[in-house]
Design a protein. Structure first.
Length: 241
């Protein structure tokens, strides 16, 4: 937690943790100020443009900082990386809330979903697409059994009845049924896409949810009882991602 009397060294740790939790490609460093200039600065050196609301140039970064009300400056370092510089708690708070917080939240929901899937031994990979949406990816070559088991956990025991899941048409019908199931459980806006595989690529089902729908799904799955023998053999969360 950042307190009002936090020094720059404490702020450095808090900002570095926020950058890591948001999975932004960057590093945080403390630059001590010259004697008598009122202190140093914190520098967030951006190492990639992924998840940033601006391009990797000072003009766009400066315009975004001003529009977002973040008390910080943007410039290049000697290696031509874009650097965001802040001086105190207010600037760090603003930068965290307006640049990092939404991705931090999305990543926390991703972790909750991945843990819930692992507890039920469901091999589903959760991806953060952007700060507003998640993708649940099921890819296996055994007629998408992971997707069928996910549906079973949600109460649809017969979702694959009558479907030939080794054929593209059967996969697409399963995707439609899962969309209806998840829409009923989580609300409108769910998308489920089926991608048939080939000799060297496994079949894939990709489920697109909002972050809030992902949070509801995590709670729903976590509340379901684990069948005998599953919890002991559950896939560790780190292996599922």
């Amino acid at each position: 937690m950042i307190t009002e009397d936090s020094g720059l060294s404490s702020l450095e740790g808090a900002l570095a943790q926020a950058v890591d939790r948001a999975r932004i490609a960057g590093r945080v460093e403390l630059r001590e100020g010259c004697e008598g200039d009122g202190g140093g600065t914190l520098e967030l050196t951006l190492l990639g443009s992924s998840r940033l609301p601006f391009s990797m140039n000072t003009a766009e970064a400066t315009a975004w900082l001003e529009a977002a009300g973040v008390d910080a400056t943007a410039s290049y370092d000697k290696d031509h990386y874009l650097v965001i510089r802040v001086r105190g708690k207010a600037g760090v708070d603003q930068l965290v809330q307006r640049l990092l917080a939404r991705f931090m939240y999305a990543e926390s929901v991703r972790d909750r979903l991945q843990d819930a899937f692992a507890r039920h031994q469901l091999r589903v990979v959760v991806e953060v697409e952007n700060e507003m949406s998640l993708a649940l990816v099921v890819h296996d070559s055994e007629n998408l059994q992971a997707a069928i088991r996910l549906s079973t956990v949600l109460g649809a025991d017969s979702i694959s009845e009558g479907l030939k899941l080794h054929r593209p048409r059967g996969m697409r019908k399963l995707a439609t049924r899962m969309r209806l199931l998840l829409t009923g459980a989580l609300g409108a806006g769910v998308r489920v896409l089926a991608e048939p595989g080939c000799a060297h690529v496994e079949d894939e089902l990709r489920i697109h949810l909002s972050v809030e729908q992902g949070l509801r799904l995590a709670g729903r799955i976590a509340a379901e009882p684990v069948h005998s023998g599953q919890e002991e053999d559950a896939v560790p969360a780190g292996e599922a991602s």
